[in-house]
Write a new protein. Structure first.
Length: 65
């Protein structure tokens, strides 16, 4: 995964939207919102008003299930 260094932190070159993450997981986007509300599901991050997912974190979450 390509990253950009910012003040000692690695930032992924690409983040997934809710739609992209839902497509990868094969679930409706609504399910991702419900999981986030309940504290379940893959880690998500707010970027402004948008919800984004780091692909490596989604993959790790899938492996942990």
């Amino acid at each position: 995964m390509t990253t950009a260094a910012t003040q000692g932190h690695s930032i992924p070159a690409q983040l997934w939207s809710v739609r992209e993450t839902a497509g990868f997981l094969g679930v409706p986007a609504k399910t991702l919102y419900e999981w986030r509300y309940k504290g379940d599901g893959p880690p998500s991050h707010r970027v402004g008003r948008y919800l984004r997912y780091v692909p490596a974190e989604v993959h790790a979450w899938v492996r942990s299930q």
